[in-house]
Design a protein around this ligand. Structure first.
Ligand code: NA7
Length: 532
């Protein structure tokens, strides 16, 4: 059996950088990846319209200025193919692919108490031992796609597909009657593109989202040059920001300007695209008047764009406060519902009862369909860990630890699982931030931690039960009184029937998280058991 110092699982943003860091520090490393190329979430999510809603110039690595200078983003908000190309470019620049095995899904990783080694197995029969295993499996991944258990799906005579593992050859919607279930950020992106070729499109919407125009556009050479010259300052700002974004926090309070001026700024920011509308006021989420003012602006926009008042009433966001669920960016989403062949069904009022051989039955009505697209999200954060049979000390199963909700120390490791380190694990802030900024932090922290163990003769490191308990509790404490409590969301696990309603992300802010992780490391890895 092949032996390595470290095995990395997954070749997305996390795994690519993790492999580079560990290799750079002289360890023998290998990476296993289920897809036939690098990309991770950006490999599997090749559905029509798939696009990032962080701006391209900071949705990328900062660690290597040569890479920053060499790569040119073509659009303000990068589309899936470009992000996949970027990750291939980085992997090739750093010559990483020679240490990667593709089409190899890790199915099991077990720790041997006697040897202190992990054995990692894949679905195609690879097996390797390693002293360290680092998971770079993401929190919203194909292995943990959420496919609601609708009755009748096996009898559907048409084609169905989940956005999280979209066929590489694409899906041909031309002339087809298409149904899309789900209007989270994925459905919102896919719907307007599917509508371009489908003969008829029915959208089944359970909860209307707060959506802003992305106003995506190509980037010109002058803009790109200015960004490249400014990268040191951009990265410093992103790393100090609670959301990992290189933005100045808003300074304007809702009461600081009159309503006419507030309205003028809202219009200006709406036209500029991106998240500015919700970042207009520093108290947009904490002051109920500010929030209502912003929520009403969204509702007015929907009513102004969508011509059919019945459709507008279904689409306008309501029933939960702004900020309680993820806000989405769109390209012509609302305008799509003005097309004669596009219809929206209120799937809260008219619940999807079943899939029939010829379509979907909702609210007692049959919708004949040729293709059903499930844009129904993921068993987020804990799902990808439960999809692999991780066995720790004494054969304990990680899936059992996670059965009652998210647990992990800092989202970087689990008690009972020595030398298993996790980039963006449960109870980590990453998915509430600009993810690559968080990933870089976690990868660098893990790499430093392993270097510390190697330098100090430490054979095994794992969080103590007490530290893990305290962090898991703090994760829940952080959201008490927050808006998140007022809605069902994947962040709460409430999109997956039977999943405990426990918040999956640590919401203390990336800036505070970075500071805490540094303190912990400087204190000799406080909260960890280190065995020589
Ligand atoms: P999300 O945000 O979890 O959205 C899933 C959508 O599917 C959402 O509109 C759900 O409605 C809907 N859904 C889920 N189950 C059902 C059933 N049973 N019936 C009807 N509708 C259903 O997933 P996305 O893929 O859009 O985005 C996930 C993250 O990936 C995103 O936040 C980005 O960070 C990247 P609901 O809102 O639960 O009523």
């Amino acid at each position: 059996m092949q032996h390595y110092d470290a095995v990395v699982v997954g070749a997305g943003f996390s795994g690519i950088y993790m492999l580079h860091k560990l290799r750079e520090q002289g360890l023998s490393c290998h990476l296993f990846e289920a897809g036939d190329g690098v990309g991770g979430a950006w490999y599997w999510n090749r559905y029509p319209g798939a696009r990032c809603d962080s701006e391209s110039y900071f949705y990328c690595y900062s660690f290597d200025d040569a890479i920053c200078q060499k790569w040119n983003w073509s659009e303000r908000f990068p589309a899936q193919p470009e992000i996949e190309r970027y990750l291939n470019f980085v992997s090739e620049e750093l010559d990483l692919k020679r240490d990667m095995t593709f089409c190899a899904r890790v199915t099991k990783a077990a720790y041997d108490d006697d040897t202190g080694l992990w054995t990692v197995e894949t679905d195609r029969g690879d097996a390797a031992t390693a002293r360290y295993v680092v998971t770079a499996i993401g929190g919203l991944t194909a292995t943990a796609a959420n496919l609601p258990a609708f009755e009748g799906i096996d009898d559907f005579q048409g084609q169905w597909v989940h956005t999280g593992h979209w066929p590489k050859g694409g899906v041909d919607f031309a002339g087809k009657r298409v149904g899309v279930i789900g209007t989270g950020s994925t459905g919102i992106q896919a719907i307007s593109v599917i509508a371009e070729t489908a003969a008829h499109l029915t959208v089944f919407q359970r909860t209307p989202a707060y959506i802003m125009p992305a106003k995506n556009h190509p980037l010109d050479a002058e803009y790109i040059a200015a960004i490249k010259a400014d990268y040191p300052a951009i990265w410093a700002k992103a790393k100090a920001h609670r959301g990992g974004q290189p933005y100045d926090p808003p300074t304007l309070g809702f009461g600081d300007i009159d309503e006419a001026e507030a309205r003028r700024l809202q219009e200006q920011y709406w036209d500029a695209g991106g998240l500015r509308v919700v970042q207009l006021f520093k108290d947009a989420y904490t002051n109920p008047d500010a929030r209502l003012f912003t929520e009403n602006f969204f509702r007015e926009k929907v009513r102004a764009i969508v011509k059919d008042p019945e459709a507008a009433a279904i689409l306008e966001p309501k029933g939960y406060p702004l900020g309680a669920k993820r806000i989405a960016l769109d390209s012509h989403y609302y305008e799509t519902f003005n097309l004669p062949h596009v219809h929206v069904v209120d799937a809260k009022k008219n619940r999807i009862e079943r899939i029939t051989p010829t379509g979907i039955r909702a609210g007692g009505k049959d919708y004949p369909l040729d293709i059903i697209v499930f844009a129904t999200g993921y068993d987020a954060v804990t799902g990808p860990f439960k999809a692999i049979d991780f066995r720790g000390r004494g054969g304990q199963r990680l899936a059992d630890k996670l059965a009652d909700g998210p647990r992990a120390y800092l989202g970087l490791g689990f008690a009972g699982f020595p030398n298993l380190l996790t980039v963006n694990g449960p109870c980590n802030p990453a998915l509430s931030t600009n993810v690559p900024t968080s990933i870089e932090h976690d990868v660098e922290w893990i790499s430093d931690c392993i270097a510390y163990c190697e330098a100090n003769g430490i054979k095994a490191i794992e969080p103590t039960e007490a530290a893990e308990d305290a962090w898991a509790e703090d994760t829940q404490a952080k959201i008490v009184g927050s808006l998140f409590e007022q809605a069902d969301s994947w962040q709460f696990g409430s999109n997956v029937p039977g999943k405990p309603r426990r918040f999956l992300l640590w919401l203390g802010g990336l800036d505070a998280f970075r500071a805490r992780c540094t303190e912990i490391a400087e204190a000799g890895y406080e909260g960890f058991d280190l065995r020589r």
